[in-house]
Design a protein around this ligand. Structure first.
Ligand code: XIL
Length: 357
């Protein structure tokens, strides 16, 4: 079932009772979780009280293999994003042959733990299967491949179970305001974005449809270009509902104008979501860096809470050992609220405090 965003006015009415139930329920999980016990009221319950969701990117293989990881996902997060298993190379590894097995493990876990699912991602320039990336398709064929994928994934398979989709991921170049040359842009032109949104909307009219991007958290040429794109899509009547701010930060670099930047998007009538938050430091991390990191985690949550159209925050992983940062950015790491042994770091305490705990 599609889950709508929890609303503040409801939260006030059910607050006390929900919190009591949550605390009692979580006590049982915690008792079993042993060393993963994070202390205090779980982030997901604090976030619900504030009318937002806090989520995490999750890997179904770790859910199975690492009990501490599994316990933290269940107790702390109210929303789940597939870290990898809803990308094209997993869902349609061969043309016309869909494999939903690992993604379904994740949605089943989310259902069981009353978590909402964010879908990540439909059109991107990475993690595409070879048949697609190297297929050299003409516009007509590529358009029909795109439609088939979106109809099958968003409509036939996940409709009603995924509340929001990153329909378009990283459409701009790393920096600057130009669209990124990729399979879709090169073959279909810039209209691929509107077309994908329309197709996804037809496939599941209830899903919230997003453009997700990095380096757009503050005002800069890239976020200006994203703003122009969003405004023009809305003007053309494209079903765009939200902007995902990935928010892969280096500690100490959360932009000071993040709130103002989020507000210009919400002023267009869009929602915004912090979709992939991690805050990396140089490794090995020292205490001072972890303190800056904790302050930044607090700032990002406070920023979201200050913007009425911000639906919540997803962190990109659970513990430092399962973060993507060390393998993509050698020398950096320790980017998440839990450490390599799933013990809470200062950043976890900041998240709790920022959410009112
Ligand atoms: C990353 C995953 O976390 C890694 O496991 C994988 O090897 C590469 O992709 N932006 C995105 C995410 O939109 O999908 C990426 O996830 C991180 C950057």
């Amino acid at each position: 079932m599609a889950k709508s965003r929890p609303r503040k006015r409801h939260a006030a009415a059910i607050g006390a009772a929900a919190l009591l139930v949550a605390v009692l329920g979580v006590a049982a999980v915690r008792a079993a979780a042993g060393p993963t016990e994070a202390g205090g009221v779980p982030l997901r319950d604090l976030a619900a009280e504030q009318g937002v969701r806090i989520g995490a990117a999750v890997n179904p293989y770790l859910l199975e293999d690492a009990p501490d990881y599994r316990a933290l996902v269940a107790e702390q997060y109210g929303s789940v994003t597939a870290q990898n298993v809803m990308k094209w190379n997993t869902l349609q590894p061969e043309r016309g042959e869909y494999d939903f097995s690992t993604a379904d493990t994740l949605t089943a876990f989310a259902d069981e733990h009353d978590q909402a699912m964010r879908g990540h991602t439909l059109l991107w320039h990475q993690q595409n299967p070879e048949w697609l990336a190297e297929g050299d398709f003409g516009p007509e064929e590529l358009r029909s491949i795109m439609r088939d994928h979106i109809d099958t994934v968003v409509g036939e398979h996940f409709a009603g179970r995924v509340y929001a989709w990153d329909v378009i991921n990283e459409p701009f170049r790393d920096s600057g305001g130009e669209l990124r040359p990729n399979l879709w842009l090169d073959t279909l032109g810039a209209d691929y974005i509107a077309e994908a949104l329309h197709t996804a909307h037809e496939a599941d009219p209830d899903a919230r449809l997003y453009i997700n991007e990095f380096n757009v958290e503050g005002r800069n040429p890239k976020s200006d270009a994203l703003y122009e794109l969003a405004a023009s899509l809305l003007e053309q009547g494209a079903p765009l509902h939200g902007i995902g701010l990935q928010s892969h930060f280096h500690a100490g670099t959360v932009p000071e104008d993040m709130v103002a930047n989020m507000r210009r998007f919400t002023d267009l009538g869009l929602e915004v979501t912090v979709t992939e938050l991690d805050i990396s430091v140089e490794v090995p991390a020292d205490e001072e860096e972890l303190r800056v990191q904790a302050r930044d985690y607090r700032t990002v949550v406070e920023n979201c809470l200050r913007v009425s159209g911000c639906t919540g925050i997803t962190v990109w992983g659970i513990g430092d050992a399962d973060s993507w940062i060390p393998s993509w950015f050698p020398g950096r790491g320790a980017a998440l609220p839990f450490d390599e042994d799933y013990a809470p770091k200062p950043a976890y305490g900041s998240l709790q405090e920022a959410l009112g705990g």
